[in-house]
Design a protein around this ligand. Structure first.
Ligand code: OXD
Ligand code: MN
Length: 590
């Protein structure tokens, strides 16, 4: 007798391994119902309607923002919580000083207590997902179990979610387990736990962003970085952008910046009018998985399929593509609303808020109308600049990797490392002023190596060694750079206009990678001279350009001293090669 065609098998029967796990979680959390997510449009429409009915989603003005919704989070739950995020490896040393650590048995017991019966009266959603294009050997799979329909909607946009992913899991047998419950949204009963040795994530007590959309920071960075080390690749907090020059050549750049430092804007850059013939394509805006290719180059995929971007500041001048892209089919979280039911945020430059992000009548005395970490969730396909190669199974070849931070002083506009090993030091030495993307004080400088401080799932010392090892495998490695778009003068004025004008700096990098552009050698690396940059039509005073390209020896000596102190906590695990590189910089600084 013929068996039923594969496609109509109920989801719950596709993968016994997933079904067994769901059953054990059902037993623990005791939901009223279990819903396996197909990932179909009609399923998403239905869930959306359900959330509209319950008041958890507000439909925005249909004429100006078709199919757009607003969700308001609990006011105590508005950002990632790094102090409640743990990496639970068997040996504490493997998590490293860069992570909060808890013994796996202790963490499992704590979480078991929290999860016990937590879904009573709620629906348990099973969300199978694929990180990366469905047909790519570089993609990896996961299943998130959650009791939040809002999380399901976000996962639908941010990952390839549903039946095809579950079919791949059934075929390959390997997936990351992510268990999530919003719990009581009590900050005192909130933990984001990672068990990289077991490919397991457990998150309780938050429904927000990186705490709850487990495919993103938890899987695609913390667990994936750990996995990537054993498998010989890199999982990085990087955008990926394609740049086509007026000669018609396209090169790809990956760039690592701390959260809320403009990765989405750079990934969607619009060339300034004074640079005709350039075109920019977005491959990804937040995460890159980088694999050494058979040709000795580094190839990148974006594991995500949507953007969970910071809203404030988005306007036609800062990011035209994002401004257009979020005018339809977008889920907003924690923005304000105008009297005629349109979303509103600081920096929008049009309209005015009637209701703030907490749903109160807007009163400036209560602070910003939109929360500074308010977000849009939107499909990458909405982006007018979405790269035609973003879904290529082999990824795109990377010509340059850029590290950067938000620094008022010290770091010049741009510099290039001497070679890969020196570039690893440059990446490791990234420091940046903190932003609203995580809870805590905003604007204080903290070390954020490779922009991975909150996201590296293992000891940074081992991670730097892994970076060095990857470089040694590449016969044609990308060139490594550092940028700082945020340099200010003594009055606090930004010296560089940023946004589209950043293309001038990227263009110099690509010319360097091609061996064509000039530079001057300094103790910290190669910097362009003003004449090496295309500054035509740029409204920046020559003195400001000089300042942007100045290496202040004394400030750098103290920077190196600070960094050396920071590195000391990694003790004997620190790669000798990294220390040698630092010694080299110090020697050259004199
Ligand atoms: C993000 C972050 O949401 O880095 O991308 O916080
Ligand atoms: Mn990020």
């Amino acid at each position: 007798m013929a068996t039923a065609p594969h496609a109509i098998l109920p989801l719950s029967r596709l993968s016994p391994a997933v079904a067994d796990w769901v059953e054990s979680v059902r037993h623990l959390t005791q939901p009223a119902a279990v819903h396996w997510c197909e990932g179909s449009e009609s399923e998403i429409r239905q869930l959306t309607a359900q959330l509209e009915q319950s008041g958890e989603l507000l439909r925005l003005d249909e004429k100006t923002f078709p199919n757009c919704h607003l969700a308001r989070s609990n006011p105590q739950d508005v950002a990632r919580v790094e102090h409640l995020t743990f990496v639970c490896t068997r040996n504490k040393e493997d998590a490293g000083p860069n992570n909060n650590w808890m013994a796996p048995a202790e963490a499992r017991a704590k979480m078991r207590n929290l999860f016990q019966g937590c879904m009573k009266g709620r629906t348990l959603y099973v969300v199978p997902y694929c990180m990366g294009p469905l047909n790519s050997p570089l993609s990896r799979y996961g299943v998130e179990i959650t009791d939040s329909a809002y999380v399901v909607l976000n996962m639908y946009t941010m990952t390839r979610m549903g039946r095809p992913a579950l079919e791949l899991i059934a075929r390959t047998g390997r997936f990351v387990k992510g268990l999530h419950s919003t719990g009581e949204l009590d900050p005192n009963r909130r933990f984001i736990m990672h068990f990289p040795e077991e490919l397991l994530i457990e998150s309780y007590g938050s429904g927000y962003g990186g705490n709850a959309l487990l495919g993103k920071k938890c899987h695609a960075l913390r667990i994936a970085s750990f996995q990537a080390r054993t498998e010989g690749w890199l999982a990085e907090h990087m955008l990926i952008v394609g740049l086509r020059n007026p000669r018609g050549e396209t090169h790809y750049v990956a760039a690592a910046f701390p959260s809320a430092c403009g990765k989405t804007n750079l990934a969607m850059l619009i060339p300034p009018d004074s640079m005709p013939g350039w075109k920019v394509f977005t491959v990804g805006d937040d995460i890159a998985w980088l694999h050494p290719g058979p040709d000795g180059r580094l190839w990148a995929i974006n594991p995500e399929s949507g953007y969970f971007g910071v809203v404030p500041g988005t306007n036609p001048e800062t990011n035209r593509n994002a401004y257009d892209m979020i005018r339809h089919d977008t889920l907003f979280t924690n923005v304000a609303v105008t009297a005629d039911n349109q979303p509103w945020w600081e920096g929008l430059k049009e309209g005015k808020p009637a209701t703030d992000w907490q749903g109160r009548p807007y009163d400036p005395a209560n602070g910003p109308a939109a929360h500074p970490n308010s977000r849009f969730t939107v499909s990458a396909k909405n982006n007018p600049g979405y790269s035609p190669h973003a879904e290529d199974p082999q990824g795109v070849p990377i010509s340059a990797i850029v590290f950067g931070g938000r620094r008022r002083t010290v770091a010049p506009l741009v510099y290039q490392s001497r070679d890969w090993a020196h570039g690893v030091l440059v990446g490791a030495s990234v420091a940046s002023e903190t932003t609203a993307a995580a809870t805590g004080q905003v604007g204080v400088v903290r070390r954020d190596p490779m922009a991975m401080q909150p996201f590296c799932g293992y000891n940074f010392a081992d991670y730097w060694q892994h970076w060095l090892d990857i470089g040694a495998k590449l016969s044609n490695p990308p060139k490594l750079f550092h940028v700082n778009w945020f340099r200010r003068d003594e009055q606090g004025r930004f010296l560089w206009p940023g946004y589209g004008e950043n293309l001038r700096v990227l263009a110099w990098m690509l010319e360097r990678a091609a061996g064509r552009a000039g530079a001057t050698q300094t103790a910290i690396g190669s910097l362009p001279r003003p004449e090496d940059l295309n500054l035509a039509g740029l409204n920046v005073a020559a003195a400001d350009v000089q300042e942007l390209l100045r290496v202040d020896q004394a400030a750098w000596r103290s920077e190196v001293g600070e960094f050396r102190k920071y590195l000391a906590q990694y003790g004997s695990r620190l790669p000798a090669k990294l220390t040698e590189q630092l010694d080299g910089v110090e020697r050259r600084l004199g």
